[in-house]
Design a protein around this ligand. Sequence first.
Ligand code: ZN
Length: 277
Amino acid sequence: VRIGNLDGRLVIVRDEGVLDVEELSDGLFPADPQAIYQRWDEFRDWAASHPQGRPSPLDPERLRAPVPRPPQVFGIGLNYRDHAAEAGLAIPEEPVVFTKFPSSVTGPSAEVTLPSDKVDYEIELVAVIGRRAHRVPVEDGWSFIAGLTVGQDLSEREMQWRGTAPQFSLAKSFDGFAPIGPVVVTPDEFDNPDRLDLGCRIGGEKLQQGNTGDLIFGIPELVARLSQVVTLLPGDLVFTGTPAGVGATRTPPRFLRRGEVLTSYVTGIGEIRTSLV
Ligand code: ZN
């Protein structure tokens, strides 16, 4: 099942077009794309039964953030060996966790204002929580995931590292610093949801290219470890970390510039296009 947020309404996205969930279900399910995670199992079973309706053509420009108001947004630092190496930091023994405040979430074709000339890109696979999770064993981790989407963990590097202690959460939470989309795809849609290609580029300039099979802590492990401490809530987001190639560790550094369009993809989900202004 693939779902999206079309002008603020929850839709099922199929090859032949989009179906409005509230209309198709005769009001059984609400139009609010965020509210659906409260009844995720029920909704997923209904959507997977392939309800019949008349699809409308999809205009990708009208898609907004598929998870518009997550209660909590987790970020994981240094979760790929090649990225930890390029940053000159040790491979972590447990996940390095920060938050992106939920007001930083924006859609798959957003304009994002650069607050400085030190803003960096980080392509990431983003997991969406589908059930309340507390102290989940690692082998059950996937069953708490509603679906996967594409995200950018945009980061203002000067604020992140200035001063005596790192400021990950603030430096990664400027307005629009968490673009996600274009859709949320349920894990069963993938041949292997633990091995997905991902990357980002500006025009013809490839910036990052990786595979989620190289995650140090995979999605089930992250659900298990995070839920040992925090109760994960339906509709929460987990940004799972970025592979090598970020701008700050290049010589010379490669930060984002006004007027550029950053394209980010995960194979099997789609791509998001972020216009930097
Ligand atoms: Zn990141």
